[in-house]
Write a protein that binds this ligand. Structure first.
Ligand code: IMP
Length: 420
């Protein structure tokens, strides 16, 4: 059986905490999409490391960790993560990297920066990790896959691609890339990575048939999905349920629970529509209470209220069967809290959601207000122990969205959760 964890809104919902909890029962944990634009922290011997590619389950050597074919991998970052693990005594024998995953090279990062510069006022606010250009190469059929990276084809492909990209860099007066320098540097990473590269598609297929417990961790979130998100203010992969299948080769008929992870409020890192954003005092307060700073970008995140209209859309797109809500303790520190339950469009109240930025620009949120002051949640051992205000807030979310909340994050520590 395959359980899936996906971002229910705009990312940074605390998927890592849910994954860490659920992976205790998993035999295999798979990453499906995105790349080093995602981030989670790992504590090794009491020291914090920010990992961007390898799932945290790597620390449990009984769990096999797979980086699926849908991920775009920066070999420099992957090699560094492997090195950190090894230096701390981990064998890393439980890592498998798909031979079909595409790689990110320095010219992708340079192109990402150039494209953002050219967009001017209309910039997307990317993480500058080269994600969009790497996926562009994949779909243009110019990409370099892991199986090429660890073979003698690597040199030839880099030379061809650098030659092509340099023509663009020259037009824009940018410094060009040197293919020999890339080949020399990245060959060192080949030596570190190649032993993990394999056919993960057949491995996963055989594992699911054998009844292994598999957990898929999504990256980014529904409204950042290249098809279903607030395009063009999105990432360049399918961060919804479809990306789980195409990014791993797993079979849809084995999918069991699909967790949609949300925060008890909302945030956005980067540009694009965010109807329930509180740009002033309240947003600042939520940012401060929730320590809302981009993991990769280090930008202060835009903060606001949970948008149930958008969440219903995420449920529809992904077939979400259970909600996981984080940071209940954070929002509970406020005196009054709000939930967006509908929009006003041209003066008419509607529950229609569309990810089209032009539609969203004409909408204003319709809120329901709740009493806050429910930050004593840390004392709770079960949802029933939460105070009335917190329960009312959670009940209303379930009522509007029609999906049960199975996981509640009630504090900053990984063990601060309620699960049923
Ligand atoms: P890219 O994925 O770097 O191309 O960035 C595209 C958009 O997705 C930008 O608005 C980013 O801020 C956003 N984004 C990408 N990854 C994440 C993430 O892990 N959390 C939140 N936002 C993200």
């Amino acid at each position: 059986m395959v359980d899936v964890v996906l971002g229910g809104f705009l990312g940074d919902e605390g998927k890592g905490k849910v994954i860490e909890f659920l992976s205790k029962n998993a035999e295999i944990v798979v990453r499906c999409c995105g790349g080093s634009n995602a981030g989670h922290h790992v504590e090794i011997n009491g020291k914090r490391y920010d990992f961007r590619l390898i799932p945290t389950a790597i620390l449990d050597e009984n769990i096999t960790v797979v980086i699926g074919n849908g991920v775009v991998i920066d070999p420099k970052i992957l090699a560094n993560e492997i090195k950190i693990l090894k230096n701390n005594g981990y064998s890393v024998n439980n890592l498998k990297v798909s031979e079909k995953a595409h790689i990110v090279l320095p010219y992708h990062i340079k192109m990402d920066e150039l494209l953002e510069e050219n967009r001017g006022q209309d910039k997307i606010g990317t993480t500058h990790c080269g994600i969009g250009p790497a996926y562009c190469d994949k779909y243009e059929r110019a990409g370099i896959r892991m199986q090429d990276f660890i073979s003698s084809r690597f040199e030839k492909l880099v030379k061809r691609n650098v030659e092509n990209k340099n023509k663009i860099f020259e037009i824009y007066g940018k410094e060009t890339e040197d293919s020999s320098a890339i080949i020399e540097e990245y060959s060192k990473y080949v030596d570190i990575i190649k032993e993990y590269v394999c056919d993960t598609v057949m491995y996963l297929s055989e594992s699911e048939k054998a009844g292994k417990k598999i957990l898929c961790e999504g990256s980014q979130a529904t409204l950042l999905d290249v098809d279903f998100g607030t395009y063009p203010y999105v990432t360049s992969s399918n961060s919804t349920i479809g990306g789980v299948l195409t990014g791993t080769g797993l079979n849809h008929k084995y999918i069991n629970e699909v967790y949609g992870v949300i925060k008890a409020y909302a945030s956005r890192d980067g540009e694009g529509p965010f109807l329930t954003e509180e740009p002033e005092e309240i947003g600042d307060k939520i940012r401060e209470l929730g320590h809302e700073v981009g993991t990769i970008t280090k930008r202060p995140r835009r903060c606001g209220w949970l948008d149930l209209n958008a969440l219903k859309y995420a449920v529809a797109v992904n077939g979400i069967t259970a909600l996981a809500i984080n940071h209940l303790d954070v929002i509970g520190k406020l005196k009054r809290v709000k939930l967006c339950v509908a929009y006003k469009y041209d003066g008419i109240v509607t529950t229609k959601y569309s990810s089209n930025p032009a539609y969203l620009a004409k909408c204003t949120p319709v809120y329901e207000e709740f009493d806050g002051n429910f930050d004593d949640v840390l004392e709770a051992d079960a949802r029933e122990d939460l105070c009335e205000n917190a329960q009312k807030y959670l009940d209303r979310i379930e009522e509007v969205v029609g999906v049960p909340i199975k996981f509640i994050g009630i504090g900053s520590e990984n063990e601060n959760i309620l699960f049923k």
